[in-house]
Design a protein around this ligand. Structure first.
Ligand code: EPU
Length: 434
């Protein structure tokens, strides 16, 4: 709310910035598209740079809003950050002495800001990070992050909306995660790399983005064993050095393009794509009727018929990724047959099906299950994206709906997909910003 001279000001519609995409259905996507580095890796790599004084250079950095927010956060911590959009690099100059506070105005814009927790505690002996609160895809607790830090010897408390962790002498420990949380694994990893002694993380997350950060930390001088497995062992070292690192390709963006090709009956070559990071999702597309050719760093997806419905169960990697669930619900919405979709990570991710229903999709949800009965056609309507992946799912549905679908809340999509509109246009889609 705006407050002028102590009086609240009611916002009129003209004061709101409208950000929406107009998507006209009916095109078959054709051509090639190149994917850059993963959002969910690069944000953590930027945070990991804090562990070493000096200049870190990251490449394959996507031109997305979340990278800008993370760059701003690092600047406030005392770093100089230069994001070269044309080169796709971020250069981070990390000073000897860092600030140790991540303010609410940034954390509320991007929950991933909490990934500075571990590095700042390791470097400064104290960190104050605003609590992110709930978001559009569920409550998303921090209990495993907190318990992990406590096991490594930190004192953690919450005060005035901030999580405050202190600990000048961190030590290695055995950490059992109740669930293979991506964020908690990263927090413990980034804290343990310079703690004294050995840390063993059991039930660690195994996502390609975890492997990516472990690869960067190893290049920085960290001693990590069991990378990419459920048991990761970290032998602490006194200090790390800055490095140059290439960000792993964004498997969720790759998966989104693969579904875009399949849903529109198109033929798309996705470059800088690693099929090994997406095995279950690609196998589901084959079951749906797509032809898939995977090369060493590209994937071609072709579809020449109406897709068949495919059941989905989201799980931590190597299970089916929750971040592709809305896109596959969109595919099932126009498929032949019915599919059962089970969401095991984020309870509120099904909110988007109410928007999909506005396009005529037949989806019923019950707890963490959704039953999607495929319809031969969808029809355009105005819809609202509530998060990044819901936005992608709605655009994909718009590509096959009759007429022009307006997807409001396009800023969500910009948080995760670099140049999405331009790339869709290059593949022949009728999409524009309004
Ligand atoms: N959880 C807890 N306590 C914790 C940590 C997690 O209860 O201490 C719960 C969460 O509430 C959730 C589940 O565990 O139900 C999974 O959370 P996880 O920590 O694995 O996810 P995250 O680190 O918060 C990252 C990605 C998400 C992606 C998930 C799962 C980033 C910035 N975000 O979130 O990406 O869905 O892993 O793969 O890396 C997106 O890109 O659209 C997105 C939401």
């Amino acid at each position: 709310m705006l407050v002028v001279h102590g009086k609240p000001v009611v916002k009129t519609p003209t004061m709101e910035r409208v950000d929406a995409l107009a998507v006209t259905g009916g095109s078959h996507l054709h051509g090639s598209v190149r994917v850059t580095g993963a959002k969910n890796s690069v944000l953590k790599l930027m945070s990991a740079s804090l562990l070493a004084q000096g200049t870190t250079v990251l490449s394959e950095v996507p031109a997305i809003l979340d990278v800008e927010i993370m760059a701003e956060l690092l600047r406030r911590l005392g770093c100089q950050v230069n994001h070269d959009l044309s080169a796709g690099t971020v250069t981070i100059e990390v000073p000897e002495v860092l600030e140790h506070r991540a303010d609410y105005d940034l954390v509320r814009k991007m929950r991933a800001s909490i990934c500075v927790l571990g590095p700042l505690l390791a470097r400064c002996g104290q960190v104050d990070v605003a609590l992110p609160g709930g978001d559009n895809i569920g409550s998303r607790g921090l209990d495993m992050h907190i318990e992990g830090l406590q096991r490594l010897g930190a004192q953690v408390r919450s005060e005035h909306g901030y999580l405050i962790a202190t600990g000048a002498e961190l030590h290695g420990a055995q950490v059992w995660l109740d669930f293979p949380s991506v964020g908690a694994t990263e927090t413990v990893l980034m804290t343990a790399v310079t703690a004294s002694g050995t840390t063993v993380i059991d039930n660690a997350a195994r996502e390609p983005e975890i492997v990516d950060i472990c690869t960067m930390l190893t290049a920085m001088g960290a001693h990590i064993e069991g990378i990419g497995t459920a048991t990761v062992t970290v032998h602490g070292v006194p200090e790390l050095k800055p490095v140059r690192h290439r960000t792993v390709s964004d498997r969720i963006v790759v998966g989104t393009w693969a579904v875009a090709a399949a849903i529109t009956g198109g033929d798309v070559v996705i470059e800088n794509a690693h099929a090994a990071h997406l095995e279950i999702a690609l196998d589901k597309l084959v079951t749906a009727g797509a032809d898939i050719d995977a090369g060493s760093d590209c994937i071609r997806v072709r579809m020449d018929k109406r897709p068949k419905a495919v059941d989905i169960v989201t799980l931590p990697y190597p299970g089916f990724p929750t971040d592709l669930q809305p896109q596959f619900i969109a595919l099932n919405a126009i498929a032949e047959g019915a599919a059962l979709v089970t969401e095991n990570l984020f309870e509120a991710r099904f909110r988007f099906v109410q928007e999909l229903a506005r396009l005529g999709a037949d989806v019923r949800t019950d707890g963490h299950h959704a039953l999607v009965r495929g319809r031969a056609r969808l029809s355009s309507a105005p819809v609202e994206a509530t998060d990044i992946r819901a936005g992608a799912g709605l655009v994909l549905a718009g590509l096959v709906a009759e007429g022009t679908t307006t997807v409001y809340g396009a800023a969500h999509i910009d948080r995760g997909y670099a140049g999405f509109v331009e790339q869709l246009q290059a593949l022949g889609a009728l999409v524009e910003r309004v």
